[in-house]
Write a protein that binds this ligand. Structure first.
Ligand SMILES: [Zn+2]
Length: 126
């Protein structure tokens, strides 16, 4: 749906962690600029697996800034949310889906319950 990501949205008051409803920046309804994210896209490959902060939306891309100052645009679905914060630092815990090989973040609740999710939420639904 064109334009869905471009309109105004409510700014969140704090940074978000992964929940059952929102595990990436696309699913997150209220976002705060500077939100820490994990880049799961491999374009470019050198940036895959790095963490960055979300700066803004540019057309339908979420623009993120890396620690070295580089700014790149991504599909917001490829920007994963942290599992939790420790001393203000994002902590990311992931699983790889055994069906589609997508990387997805666990929620803090899933970590505590030691839930071993073999499939990503999208594949669990199908
Ligand atoms: Zn999957």
């Amino acid at each position: 749906m064109q334009g869905a990501e471009e309109g105004p949205f409510k700014q969140a008051s704090g940074f978000s962690v992964a929940t059952a409803e929102a595990r990436n920046l696309r699913d997150l309804r209220n976002r705060k600029y500077g939100q820490p994210v994990y880049v799961s896209s491999d374009h470019p490959l050198a940036r895959k697996g790095q963490t960055a902060t979300w700066e803004k939306f540019n057309v339908r891309l979420a623009v993120v800034k890396f620690k070295d100052g580089t700014v790149l645009g991504y599909d917001p679905a490829d920007l994963l949310l942290p599992t939790r914060f420790e001393d203000g630092q994002p902590v990311f815990e992931f699983r790889t889906c055994e069906w589609c090989r997508a990387t997805f973040p666990l929620t803090q609740q899933e970590v505590q319950q030691k839930k071993d999710l073999a499939r990503c939420p999208a594949c669990q639904e199908s």
